[in-house]
Design a protein around this ligand. Structure first.
Ligand SMILES: [Fe+2]
Length: 142
């Protein structure tokens, strides 16, 4: 793995707030795994051969993770729930867009996916999710 990717992963791991709620913490780490996986495939130039299984893993993971997170936020009446859900939906739409692009013959999508995942870490996971986690912790969520 190249140094830049390692550095990014270390930065995110450092910034992601732990909830103590296993399903949420576990999912954040899984996201890091997936990012690492995509980046390594990109480095080995084998992303295109493996993209179908990566799409599958990504959508399977994301669906579970978003749902569990939203259930928690709903249960504790998170005031920004709707906004948060909209961000999750936008993520799903973007992944579907990448999938359609790939099916339409655009095989040059590994890098844009990686860039999008990086954006997602910076803008959602370590900001919006951390804000939601603070809220959950203040409300003693378990
Ligand atoms: Fe979220």
């Amino acid at each position: 793995m190249n140094a830049i990717i390692k550095e990014k992963i270390a930065h995110w791991k450092n910034k992601i707030k732990k909830t103590g709620i296993q399903s949420i913490d576990k999912h954040h780490l899984k996201f890091i795994d997936l990012y690492e996986h995509f980046s390594m495939m990109q480095e080995k130039k084998s992303c295109v051969e493996e993209i179908t299984s990566l799409f599958y893993k990504l959508s399977f993971h994301v669906e579970n993770y978003f749902l569990e997170e939203e259930i928690y936020l709903k249960q504790y009446n998170y005031p920004k729930l709707q906004e948060h859900q909209e961000a999750h939906n936008a993520f799903i739409q973007r992944i579907l867009y990448f999938q359609r692009e790939y099916q339409a013959g655009n095989t040059d999508i590994c890098f844009p996916i990686i860039e999008y995942l990086e954006e997602w870490f910076d803008e959602h996971i370590i900001q919006s999710d951390n804000e939601a986690v603070d809220f959950l912790l203040q409300h003693d969520a378990k």
